[in-house]
Design a protein around this ligand. Structure first.
Ligand code: CUA
Length: 152
């Protein structure tokens, strides 16, 4: 009957959606686990030892912390190097205006606001190279604000 066809059609659509979502996060070897925000006065960034030297630091077995600073028109560190099969918590802040920290082709994407630390935990399973871009207009060099994230 037609009714049965509709039900089958709807199921195919639902399975398709789930497959698309799963591919988007897991298929690329990146899984978003958590994200939140912390407040930091802009004049504290220079004194905050986490951001004085932007870097990736090992904090446990297969666990890393990445301290990333966005400022017109660069991300530091660049490239951001992360070992495969690891869990990384990004702490991202801005030294000047609003930027974003967007890892192209993944769901790792956050606004980066001066005075705030955006925190995100992401799992990296497979080696790969990703572009990092800014998708908040931040000035004349906005379109050239690019970095690189390498999973090795
Ligand atoms: Cu930074 Cu746009």
């Amino acid at each position: 009957t037609y009714e049965r066809l509709w039900i089958v059609g709807a199921m195919v659509l639902i399975v398709g959606f789930i497959a698309t979502i799963t591919y988007g996060s897991v298929g690329l070897g990146i899984t978003m686990i958590d994200d939140e925000e912390e407040t930091l006065a802009p004049d504290e960034i220079g004194e905050d030892e986490r951001f004085a030297d932007p870097r990736v630091e090992q904090v446990g077995e297969d666990e890393y912390a990445a301290y990333v600073v966005a400022q017109t028109f660069v991300f530091q560190p660049d490239p951001i190097e992360i070992p495969a099969d690891s869990e990384v918590t990004f702490y991202v802040t801005s030294r000047d205006v609003i930027h974003s920290f967007t890892v192209v082709g993944t769901n790792t994407n956050t606004m980066v606001i001066p005075g705030e630390v955006a925190t995100m935990t992401v799992e990296f399973d497979e080696p790969g190279e990703y572009g990092v871009i800014c998708n908040e207009y931040c000035g004349a060099g906005h379109h050239d604000m690019e970095g690189e994230l390498t999973v090795v």
